[in-house]
Design a binder for this molecule. Structure first.
Ligand code: AMP
Length: 400
């Protein structure tokens, strides 16, 4: 079956067409500036050149139509007609407490996703627009929602409740949800497969280190804790997000700088993390490593603070699971940045792991970093959220 995987942002739409039999990506692309002047699409058929062009996309429905036109185009297309698309998988950021797994989309599901809009005001409405657009263009084609939060719904209360008056949980569902769940699930599963073991027998810590970053504790196949919270702002220091901090800083900063709450949160989301810590040098880890090597002290400090926080979370999650068998690195930084992995390794040797410097040079591939004598296996497992979404979509579409 050919599955279209869609990830809709407020003004963007990322897509992949995947052949679920071979798991090959047939084509992929990105629409940007939807609803804004200068909207454009970058489309790439497998084995072909990427073509980028301006295209009129006043809304997401127009963007989906243009994606379909590209997929069926004589020159850069990979299918002959829309009828070849057997199912659509939608990435949905927030499923709240309603969804602990992927679901076939119907009106009740749409209503429940709408109910989570407050928890992810930037993402869920965009995801819903993508779903509605596809329903209009491809009526009758099964659609599946795969939630970023679902995998973490297995967290116990002690891990997901904040130390706040319980009535706020009752009234507003303020709690920790966690994100990147599709990735944490995929990577922990794959890590066990690579080791020839059953995930149900392992305690795995997954470090999803990308622009957004989170760590999870996956005990015997279930997420029992993760570093992101009510929103993706909690946890690790990220590219531009602060991660954990004393909440009193918010009102302190607001008062000192004459800002309102939304403006302070904007700073925490967009101007903080390694970008802020490096005094504005960059949010990109390649730039930071280079700047640090060239003597930019603050870039070096930002990297050190980043690695230190990752190391602290690994220690915390080893405690949460009363042990750890596997530590898996994934996402842009985790898969590719040997320098950052080596820095993190300095904080976790006491667990009985090590990182072989030669193996650590490998980028973007599945590799076991530790040697055979290590008590805890450290490895790199490239994530593939689109493939995970396609697999879930096929599984549920077959049942529907
Ligand atoms: P992601 O959000 O998963 O796409 O990750 C983005 C981050 O991954 C950026 O900070 C990049 O610097 C980092 N990254 C991506 N590719 C490489 C690479 N080849 N070497 C080092 N860092 C990389």
């Amino acid at each position: 079956m050919k599955v279209l995987v869609l990830n809709c942002g407020s003004s963007s739409l990322k897509y992949q067409l995947i052949d679920s039999d071979t798991e090959d990506v047939l084509a992929k692309g990105l629409c940007e500036r939807i609803g804004i002047d200068g909207s454009n699409i970058a489309h790439q058929p497998a084995g072909g050149e990427k073509v980028k062009e301006e295209a009129d996309m006043p809304d997401h429905t127009a963007a989906v139509k243009i994606v379909i036109a590209k997929l069926t185009d004589e020159k850069v297309g990979v299918i002959s007609s829309l009828a070849e698309i057997g199912a659509v998988g939608h990435r949905v950021v927030h499923g709240g407490e309603d969804f602990s797994g992927a679901v076939v989309i119907d009106e009740a599901v749409i209503h429940a996703i709408e109910g989570c809009n407050d928890l992810a005001p930037l993402h869920n409405p965009a995801n819903l627009i993508g779903i509605r657009s596809c329903q209009a263009i491809m009526p009758g084609v099964p659609m599946v929602a795969v939630f970023d939060t679902a995998f973490h719904q297995s967290m116990p209360k002690k891990a997901y409740l904040y130390g706040l008056p319980y009535e706020y949980y009752r009234k507003y569902k303020i709690r920790r949800y966690g994100f990147h769940g599709t990735s944490h699930d995929f990577v922990s599963k794959r890590a066990a497969e690579i080791l020839g073991k059953d995930r149900k027998d392992l305690k795995i810590i997954v470090c999803h280190l990308g622009n957004g970053a989170s760590v999870s504790a996956v005990k015997y196949g279930e997420s029992v804790d993760t570093s992101m919270g009510l929103t993706p702002l909690e946890g690790l220091i990220m590219g531009t997000r602060s991660g954990d901090m004393d909440p009193a800083i918010l009102s302190f900063l607001a008062e000192k700088e004459g800002l309102d709450a939304a403006q302070v949160i904007e700073i925490c989301n967009k101007k903080s993390g390694v970008l802020g810590l490096s005094d504005g040098a960059s949010s990109d880890f390649r730039d930071l490593v280079q700047a640090s090597e060239e003597g930019n002290e603050q870039a070096g400090n930002a990297l050190e603070a980043y690695a230190y926080r990752v190391g602290k979370y690994i220690g915390a999650y080893a405690a949460a699971m009363n042990g750890v068998d596997v530590i898996a690195f994934t996402a842009g930084v985790g898969e590719n940045n040997a320098e950052v992995r080596a820095m993190v390794a300095r904080y976790i040797g006491y667990l009985g792991t090590n990182i072989d410097p030669e193996r650590n040079r490998i980028r973007g591939e599945e590799v076991i970093l530790s040697d055979g004598g290590a008590k805890v296996v450290t490895m790199v497992v490239p994530t593939n959220e689109e493939l995970a979404i396609a697999r879930e979509t096929v599984r549920l579409a077959a049942e529907s």
